[in-house]
Design a protein around this ligand. Sequence first.
Ligand code: GDP
Ligand code: MN
Length: 381
Amino acid sequence: MLVLALIAAGAFAVAAVPYLLCAALIGVLDPDVPDAPDTPDAEPEPTVSVVLPTHNEAEIIETRLRNLCALDYPTDRLEVVVVDSGTDRTAELVRAFFDRPGTPSLVMIEEESRRGVAAAVNEAVDAASGEVILRTDCDSALAPDVVRRGVRRLATPGVGGVTGTQTEFLGDSRVERDYRGLLTELQLLESRLDSVFIVHGPCFLFRRDEFEPLPTNTLADDTEIAVRIRRNGSRVLVDPAIEFSESGTSAFTERRRRKDRRARGLLDLLARHRDAIGRYGWYGRFVLPVNAWMMWISPWAAALGTVAIVLTALSVGPIGLVVPLGIAAGFALGSAERLGPLQPVYPVADSMVSLLVASYRLRESQDGTWRIDRSSREAFE
Ligand code: GDP
Ligand code: MN
């Protein structure tokens, strides 16, 4: 029994290492983003191409395009590149929308078959004429000043990309909001030290000349772009003043499916870029190892610790059953957002489950496409 208890303690300690390390560094460094540099004479106004992949988004595409037209940026410096792989009326609606006067220019690419988002993004960036790319998606909305703030950041030498923070949660999910809150803290630390690892697909601006074509079967094209930018020598930052909203899913299974898929994409990405660990300054010496530890090691260590704790408890006698029941209750309450003061840490446990499922499913082959979360689209209609 003592052995089991020691294994449990050791396993949880291993799981906690990257979290404690980051918390300590955040305490010491107070990672606040510096103000965007003052631009003495004029605001930078590079040409910007908004890249929008779509797959059967007819219900929400017009809402999405109206939001893009509300961006505070000169229309003649803005272009929208839509890559559509769907079979519904999306492409038709897009064309009709841009036929109206006062809209930015449109580059419309219609794919013959569905090839996944990474292939679509490759093609869109290739066709884009802007100096800056804003990669976004359909079930999200951007604050009007996103481009202005983004290009200001990108004007800093050595900065190749910038992502924002999610401020509004359509179809509200507290778990998702808490998870994003923790992620922002991590991104701020990474920005401060070197370069951000995970970036947000709905709101990611980068300099076009930093882009390198993506492998088409990746499930995390957004973060993949960021890794390549850093490997080619530039940094990626987060700027919390760059605000976007994305539909969080209320339904449990849909939320799980989306999180499991995203986790799978990140695990796969880290594995493919493992040769970057130890290189590229703080990025390879801290940012990547911490993320890899959180994603590859912590979930398994925590699972081992949980099993050991349950076995320890059961070895005491039937009374020990309260431990597994308590853990199960904790998960049920957490996902129902009823954990009270412990609720803010629940997303860590929740994402560990996604990562476990994801690492198990990683051996399945995948072509870079996924089932689109339709319930989250309803928040837009
Ligand atoms: P999530 O935000 O990570 O849940 O991913 P989404 O399911 O919202 O997909 C991101 C964007 O890519 C959405 O605008 C989709 O319509 C679009 N999309 C998804 N799969 C494909 C695809 O295979 N081809 C193209 N062209 N677009 C896609
Ligand atoms: Mn989306």
